[in-house]
Design a binder for this molecule. Structure first.
Ligand SMILES: O=P(O)(O)OC[C@H]1O[C@](O)(CO)[C@@H](O)[C@@H]1O
Length: 553
């Protein structure tokens, strides 16, 4: 009996019945664990050939445990008990889940929003900063590193004693850090960012923060055999089929915790699934919801499958556990095992969807647009279509705004662009996700109001997650972008742009690329953070226009 449970009903169960035999026929599981790069077709081969070492990490990562423990003990001995992690996407999402689940503190700084960066630059006497970047060229992470290095120096603290770098061997960051005398832990270069949970990227910050990372590897190792078996009970094959082989494709995957005991798992799975599958006009959009009472968790919509992350069952679950009146999957198992489970399932989903699950072609387009805008100087942003109090209103991707001149009218115009059967609304808030956290509470109400799945992402964090799907996936999204003037800007040491310039360029660049894909983007810019946010929160909290056709969920 495996520690993992994958139980499905309705179309998700039908998908398992149809697609798992085909995966068995292809010996997908055993070939995956043999790191067979041909599993996703010729075009993907050059990338998949250097992206498959994650199947063995439960064993190959073990030498890191001693090194991390020694580093932690040394730092604790110096009174350093605050761990800050600077990293984006796959370089920070796993440690966030690992530490939250273990109940140990980790400050995750995955933002270029000046107020949020500034809020992390405190308590430096007791702080160690892990700077994690596989490529070593992610501008958010490089900017954060520069800010912390300057802040340590200003306090008379040797940065090389308090900044630990995690990066690929030979990356620009690897070379610069080593020549600068910093401690560097190299990660396995043959693992992509969103599959790197059990590499140094997941283990170093989590171990320094005090999480039991050996148990994590043990839980993953305990299920490696069942996940590599060409067997119709293989939970990885079952989950991959349930996710990606429904017919017609249910491309909204609602992720909701239902007593799993794991904290924040959907936020990690979101990047893995969205960035792996959202390309060539197809893909699966994770819709992270906070409760089984949220609207999408109760709708039997034809484009939705609901995944409930449940507690460990000591009985072998059977398919009648989940509700049979819609497409649902119940998944259970310890965190370490689930990290490997979902990686196998996503790799299988990539084969079933006919795409390469290891590249992220469209993320680059937004980065390039942001760089161009930075070079041009961000002050040239175009005039707003209208200004309503402390909110500037701009509309991209078509003439859909009409005569709207207020925030409520502009929202109605945007929501009017939603395809009633397959559309989704993406809210993208380039704000301080800690200080402004309560804005996310508008999400369920927007789902009730639009009768469509709603995703809520913090910018620029989501750019490394659902951002790929928005640009490379099906053209069914409408986009609401909220940006703000910071309470106070912050310089990026050694750069000609500030954090405020950079985050504005990231938002503008992403909106520009979405508009180039003919997607409607409503940009609400808060000229005064507090007043503007109150206006936007009120408008987004307005009740459903008409009777809630789906009934209150
Ligand atoms: O670890 P890096 O190279 O800084 O990349 C951070 C993230 O950015 C991406 O490369 C693009 O979003 C992700 O795949 C990755 O997890």
């Amino acid at each position: 009996m495996s520690a993992l449970g994958v139980v499905a009903s309705g179309p998700a169960a039908d998908a398992i019945a149809v697609a798992v035999p085909a995966l068995l026929e292809a010996q997908f599981a055993s070939r995956l664990f043999a790191q067979d790069a041909t599993l996703w077709g010729e075009e993907a081969e050059s990338e998949s050939a250097i992206r498959l070492s994650w199947v063995n990490l439960a064993r190959t990562s073990r030498p890191l445990l001693g090194e991390i423990a020694a580093m932690r003990d040394q730092l604790r001995g110096e009174g350093v008990d605050r761990v800050v992690l600077c990293g984006m996407g796959g370089s920070s999402l796993a440690p966030e889940v690992i530490c939250a689940t273990a109940g140990v503190d980790l400050v995750v700084l995955d933002s270029s929003q000046p107020d949020m960066v500034r809020s992390a630059l405190v308590d430096l006497e007791r702080t160690v900063v892990v700077v994690s970047s596989k490529s070593g060229s992610t501008v958010e992470t490089d900017s954060q590193r520069r800010a912390f290095r300057a802040a340590f120096e200003e306090k008379g603290i040797d940065p090389t004693a308090r900044i630990v770098v995690v990066t690929d061997p030979g990356s620009p960051l690897d070379e610069e850090a080593r020549s600068g005398g910093y401690r560097v832990v190299n990660a396995d270069p043959n693992v992509g960012g969103r599959y790197s949970a059990l590499t140094a990227f997941g283990l170093v910050p989590s171990g320094l923060a005090g999480a039991d990372i050996e148990a994590l590897l043990d839980d993953a190792e305990a299920v490696a055999d069942v996940l590599s078996a060409d067997d119709d009970g293989n939970p990885g094959l079952r989950l991959g089929a349930a996710m990606a082989a429904t017919d017609p494709l249910r491309d909204k995957l609602v992720l909701v915790d239902d007593g799993s005991g794991i904290v924040g798992f959907p936020d990690w799975a979101e990047q893995l699934i969205a960035e792996s599958t959202g390309k060539q006009g197809t893909g699966i959009l994770p819709v992270v919801v906070g409760s089984t009472d949220d609207p999408e968790a109760a709708w039997p919509d034809p484009d939705v499958t609901v995944v409930r992350l449940t507690g460990d069952d000591d009985t072998e679950p059977t398919d009648e556990v989940v509700r049979a009146d819609r497409s649902e999957i119940a998944v259970s198992g310890p965190l370490g095992a689930q990290l490997l489970l979902w990686e196998v399932a996503t790799a299988a989903a990539g084969r079933l969807l006919g795409i390469n699950p290891f590249d992220q072609p469209d993320v680059e387009s937004a980065k390039k647009a942001a760089r161009t805008l930075l070079d041009q100087g961000m002050g040239s942003s175009d005039e707003p279509a209208a200004t309503d109090g402390a909110v500037e209103i701009r509309a991209l991707g078509g003439t859909w705004l009409g005569g709207a001149t207020t925030v409520p009218q502009a929202l109605e115009a945007l929501f009017g662009q939603l395809d009633a059967d397959r559309g989704y609304l993406a809210v993208m808030a380039y704000l301080d996700r800690l200080a402004d956290a309560d804005l996310a509470s508008v999400r369920p109400g927007l789902a009730r109001r639009t009768h469509r799945p709603v995703t809520f992402g913090w910018g620029p964090r989501f750019l490394h997650s659902t951002g790929q799907f928005h640009k490379g996936g099906p053209a069914t999204g409408v986009y609401l972008q909220v940006t703000t003037a910071p309470h106070e800007d912050l310089a990026v040491p050694g750069r000609e742009f500030s954090f405020g310039d950079f985050v504005a360029a990231q938002a503008a660049g992403d909106a520009q690329v979405l508009a180039e894909h003919h997607r409607p983007v409503l940009q609400l810019h808060l000229t005064d953070h507090d007043a503007g946010l109150a206006q936007v929160r009120e408008a987004l909290s307005a009740p459903a226009a008409g009777p809630d056709a789906k009934g209150s969920a």
